[in-house]
Ligand binder design. Structure first.
Ligand code: DX5
Ligand code: ZN
Length: 217
């Protein structure tokens, strides 16, 4: 599998979601940010909206849960149609149990780390996860600047996955653009979330292609 581009609908027009999703139908995954105004200081959408998005999206749904109590909620998002469910390590009581529940439902099990959380917390259980999302901004809002000091996290995680012979996806989320994507890819990342870079572009589909090309070469 090559480099995956996952446009974040946080930067789309919430009154025209289906139209905007169709505009990026050449993307690999569709990133859906779920926020609860508790884990992060912002509120977006929940299960009923994600369920309809999954029905109309040509791309598999990459759900990013920035919510409290993922132990309870993460499996519900798999049942609602998300192909991949990412929950935050910081919010989880039992991250390994959540990952096992997600896999049992046929979803990709993914754990996210805030900028202040060390990668060490997942290294011990790396094989329980299909993906690790490295936050490259503080979660909560689109349009923030990429934090280059997060790059060593990808290097460490990629080396650990390779050493364990584990096919782990590594996702970058926050500030991914034409200016930053090559450095992130070089560090070992292979799934790129991009909100404002894609939906802020004149031609969102062309931007997806441009980002994928830059990540690949
Ligand atoms: C932020 C969200 C991101 C956001 C990225 O908390 O998790 O997915 O949409 O937005 P950009 O690409 O604009 O940094
Ligand atoms: Zn996100």
């Amino acid at each position: 599998m090559g480099m995956q581009i996952s446009p974040s609908i946080l930067a789309a027009d919430f009154a025209n979601l289906e139209r905007d999703i169709t505009r990026v139908a050449n993307a690999d995954w569709l990133h859906v940010d779920v926020m609860d105004a508790h884990f992060v200081p912002n509120l977006t959408l929940g299960l009923p909206v994600l369920e309809r998005i999954a029905e109309v999206s040509p791309m598999p749904i990459d759900a990013h849960l920035m919510i409290d109590d993922p132990d309870h909620w993460a499996p519900r998002y798999a049942e609602a149609g998300a192909t991949s469910v990412t929950f935050h390590f910081e919010a989880a009581a039992n991250p390994v149990a959540i990952a096992r529940d997600l896999r049992a439902l046929g979803a990709r099990a993914s754990v996210a780390l805030k900028p202040g959380t060390d990668v060490d917390v997942v290294l011990e259980h790396l094989k329980e996860f299909d993906m690790v999302l490295v936050m490259t901004v503080e979660p909560g809002f689109g349009g923030q600047s990429f934090m280059p000091e997060m790059l060593p996290k990808f290097t460490t995680l990629r080396a650990a996955a390779t050493a364990a012979d584990h096919p782990l996806w590594l996702q970058a989320d926050g500030g991914v653009s034409r200016d930053t994507i090559e450095d992130i890819a070089a560090a070992g990342c292979d799934v790129f979330v991009a909100g404002s870079a894609v939906f802020g572009a004149e031609d969102p589909a062309a931007e997806v292609t441009a980002l994928r090309d830059l990540a690949t070469h």
